[in-house]
Every structure is written in structure tokens, then in C-alpha cells.
Design a protein around this ligand. Sequence first.
Ligand SMILES: CC(C)(COP(=O)(O)OP(=O)(O)OC[C@H]1O[C@@H](n2cnc3c(N)ncnc32)[C@H](O)[C@@H]1OP(=O)(O)O)[C@@H](O)C(=O)NCCC(=O)NCCS
Length: 181
Amino acid sequence: MVSYQIELLDEAGAQEALEGLASVLCDCVEGGASVGFVLPFGMEDARSFFRDGFPAVRSGGTLLYVARQAGQILGTVQVGLRQFPNQPHRADLKKLLVHRDARGKGVASALMAAAEAGAVAAGKSLLVLDTATGSPAEALYRKLGWEITGVVPNYALYPDGSYCGTTIYYKQIAAFPSYQK
Ligand SMILES: CC(C)(COP(=O)(O)OP(=O)(O)OC[C@H]1O[C@@H](n2cnc3c(N)ncnc32)[C@H](O)[C@@H]1OP(=O)(O)O)[C@@H](O)C(=O)NCCC(=O)NCCS
């Protein structure tokens, strides 16, 4: 039975959830996920990452979702809505993170569904993301209908400092509006 809720946080909610968000990020990095950081990486590094994103949450440039169960943050995902003027229809799916203790229960799928719905509600037609090539996340994205654009070898590092490729995915989530003047 699903017993967690998916919530869209405002800035106050994000501040209140900071410890839980940071714990999830730390756990993913410690678990070897290539999500932007290398070891050593601790709670203060993780807090700092989320704090840096608070202004965009406040301004509406970022949608920040969490999965919460009995007050505990199980996972999170972000949608970056703010783009250059020639890409008003596009958003970036970022930082999908689920704590290792909560995996395999559909948390990421539920977060992705909420993020997609939020992007559609914000008027977006196209989502783009990148992920470590060969990571478990790839199966998730393919299952959810994302298409592979291509692979960039040696794009990033795993937390242990070894190189990893990155696969870029996209998904059309709504009809493309006409912007022609
Ligand atoms: C990838 C990740 C978000 C998946 O979270 P999750 O909550 O366990 O995913 P779900 O339970 O919603 O899984 C949905 C589907 O994804 C696929 N999937 C998820 N984890 C998988 C794994 N370890 N191996 C293979 N397929 C997997 C399966 O198709 C699964 O469907 P199924 O359970 O019916 O087989 C999680 O493993 C994670 O946080 N990893 C570290 C951070 C990361 O790599 N994030 C992606 C950054 S782009």
C-alpha cells in the first residue's frame, strides 16, 4: 500500500524540509550515484546545495517536490522552469533522488508523475534530463516514456572520482504551441 505523499514545496516548506532533503542527497552520493558531487561529501555540503536553490523556489523558477512518509523525506525531484527566451516551452528535470531505504516502492515514479504534471501546468511541452549512463535511473526513464538523445562519454565523475558517461533524455509532455509573431 502506498503510504507516502508527494508535495510541492514553497520556500518555507523547503526550509522546513532542509534536513530531510540533505539526508537524501547525502545518502545517494554515499551510495555512489553520480548526481553532481564527489566524495568527501557531507550534510553541510548537501544543505548548501539546497539552500542555493531556495531563491529559484521562491521566484517560481524551480518546482521542488518531495515524497514524505510520516514526516520523513523519502525522495525529491526538481523541475527547472526558467529558460532562455527562445526555449519557453522547455523545462529541465533535475535531481531525482530517493533514499536507499525507500527504493523499489514507486517513490521515483510518483515524483516523476508529479513533476511532469507540474511542468504541463506551467505551460511546458518538452522535458529534458541527463543521467549517468548505465544507472538504474535509465530503466525508470525508459519505462516512463522518455526517449534517448545520445550519450556523452566521460561527461562527469562518480563520487569516487572515476569517470562516467551521461545519457541525455527528452520527453514531449504536451502539444507544442505556436510562438510565431
Ligand atoms: C533511480 C532512482 C531514483 C529510482 O527510485 P525508486 O523510487 O527506487 O524507483 P521506482 O520504485 O519508482 O522504480 C520504478 C521503475 O524504475 C526501474 N528501476 C528503479 N530502480 C531500478 C534498479 N535498481 N534497477 C533496475 N530498474 C530499476 C524499474 O523499471 C522500476 O519499475 P518496477 O519496480 O516495476 O520494476 C533511485 O534508485 C535513486 O535515487 N538513485 C540514485 C540517484 C539517481 O541516480 N538519480 C537519478 C539522477 S538523473
